[in-house]
Ligand binder design. Structure first.
Ligand SMILES: [Zn+2]
Length: 86
């Protein structure tokens, strides 16, 4: 069942079509103010960005003492998305 990241809004399958685990990581930054361009396509005002607040990172770290693995950061968690309803 697809998952929606509650931190960044990305929708992804936790297991890909080949059966491998898909580790979601939120983007490092988000756009605060979009860039503006001149009529010739050159950049008039560059975009401004900020670090993504409370990002999710599903990459796994191993506790060498307990041999348990956990994801690096839960962020705001995930929501299950029924198939066919993006
Ligand atoms: Zn995310």
């Amino acid at each position: 069942m697809p998952l929606k990241c509650n931190s960044c809004g990305a929708v992804y399958d936790p297991i890909d079509s080949a059966g491998y685990r898909n580790y979601h990581v939120c983007p490092a930054e988000r756009i605060v103010t979009p860039a503006k361009s001149n009529t010739d396509g050159s950049v008039k005002t560059p975009a401004t960005t900020e670090p993504w607040p409370n990002p999710r990172n599903e990459n796994v770290i191993l506790n060498r003492e307990t041999h348990e693995s956990t994801i690096i950061s839960e962020g705001l968690g995930v929501t299950e998305i029924p198939k066919g309803k993006p």
